[in-house]
Design a protein around this ligand. Structure first.
Ligand SMILES: [Zn+2]
Length: 415
């Protein structure tokens, strides 16, 4: 994984790691940060200065250990009085949260937007949510630093406007960046929901781990990384031809050449057989009197309908088997599963892992975990990205097509 190694040394990623180290262990000295991350004093100093200039971290006294000569200044997150706003649109739920810099959710709200007919009516809900959450931030005595909107689908490069949200066409045309800029006068960023999911799922200490994160809902997606070294966009942009380049869109890897037609226009994709949409089609073919939507079928399994549970479990095992070859090659330390299907149908979690194990071999040390409610993860990740990308523009370039941040600076200077 050559590209991962390159990213490890990139400035954007180092900045993320420095901040996360302070979040985990602060108050901490610059020397200790350098020791933990294996980086020299000069490299750490550059990043610490950036974070201090933004008042994201502050000095909080010093370490009295005189054995080392002069006392070391200790740094910590600016945990008081500052917050970020994260929003996630995961149809039919529009959710938002206010989070402080140490990852504490101050307030959270969800609105069902399943009834919207176009982006203008969706915009009214977004407006309502943003206003309410900004009021809650005010009441808690917190200044909003930035906002992030996470949405699945295709974004217009340079603006973040939603161009194609497959599962909710009514969202097409939505331009939340402009809306939040106008309303709050803070920078706002639009990112793919997948990026937010990944960021929400990062746990405390995974610098050394290699993680393959499978997302299973209407389609099949996969993200990977070692802790924060995640290059969602970069892989598809610069490395489309290699195995690793295709990982993100694993759902469109070819399973059967000239097989079933896929939503992407090609034939025989993994997703055309094992995505939630495909499973729903199979169900409806067999139970013709009750044509269900994907969400209805999931709800049925969640309620305990044995045939629906069996159907999802069988496909979960197959999915595990089909992805097993890749895990055999790459030997990740962790395989994580998340998404609407494992959220609702808990039986599929072990069925998936059973399928993987049948391919990965007996002597592997790979661990498996169900990540947890994807909806909450997306929201937490959206908040975390709001904080990170504002002072880390190269990171924004890595995770999103939305890189039109200059607009927000114009608004700020006017406000
Ligand atoms: Zn496809």
């Amino acid at each position: 994984m050559r590209q991962l190694d390159e990213m490890l040394s990139s400035e954007a990623v180092t900045l993320v790691r420095v901040l996360e180290q302070i979040r985990r262990e602060g108050p901490i000295s610059q020397i200790e940060i350098g020791q933990r991350l294996g980086l020299g004093r000069a490299a750490i100093n550059i990043h610490v200065k950036k974070l201090q200039a933004q008042q994201i971290i502050i000095p909080v006294g010093s370490n009295d250990d005189q054995a080392m000569g002069r006392p070391r200044v200790l740094l910590d997150l600016n945990r008081e009085g500052k917050a970020v706003l994260g929003i996630s649109l995961d149809a039919p739920r529009l959710s938002g949260a206010i989070m402080d810099f140490s990852n504490r959710i101050i307030h959270e709200q969800t609105i069902n937007v399943g009834d919207v007919s176009d982006f203008a009516s969706l915009e009214v809900y977004v407006l309502q949510l943003v206003k309410n959450l900004s009021l809650k931030a005010d009441q808690a005595g917190m200044d909003l630093y930035s906002a992030c909107f996470a949405v699945p689908g295709v974004l217009e490069p340079g603006t973040g406007r939603v161009v194609n949200y497959v599962n909710m066409p009514a969202a097409n045309g939505l331009d939340v960046k402009e809306l939040i800029n106008r309303l709050l006068g803070i920078p706002a960023y639009v990112v793919p929901l997948g990026a937010a999911l990944y960021w929400g799922g990062l746990e405390a200490n995974q610098n050394e781990q290699s993680i393959f994160h499978v997302i299973w809902d209407m389609g099949v997606g996969m993200m990977f990384g070692r802790g924060y070294e995640i290059g969602l966009k970069r892989y598809t942009k610069y490395d489309v031809m290699s195995v690793t380049g295709g990982l993100r869109d694993i759902g469109h890897a070819t399973l059967h050449p000239n097989g079933k037609l896929c939503s992407c226009g090609r034939r025989g994709c993994l997703e055309a057989y094992l995505g939630g949409m495909a499973i729903t089609h199979k169900w409806n073919e067999r139970h013709q009197r009750t044509a269900l939507s994907f969400n209805q079928l999931i709800a049925l399994a969640e309620k305990g309908e044995p045939r629906a549970i069996e159907m999802f479990s069988r496909n979960a095992k197959r999915l595990g088997q089909k992805l097993g070859w890749m895990f055999t090659v790459h030997q990740p330390q962790y395989i994580k599963l998340s998404g609407q299907i494992p959220d609702a149908v808990k039986q599929v979690r072990s069925a998936f892992w059973e399928g993987v194990q049948s391919h990965i071999g007996e002597n592997n040390t790979t661990k498996f975990d169900y990540v947890g409610d994807a909806h909450s993860l997306g929201l937490v990740g959206s908040c975390r990205l709001a904080l990170h990308v504002r002072f880390n523009k190269p990171l924004l370039e890595i995770v999103s097509d939305d890189n039109a941040y200059e607009m927000s600076h114009v608004c700020l200077s006017m406000g």
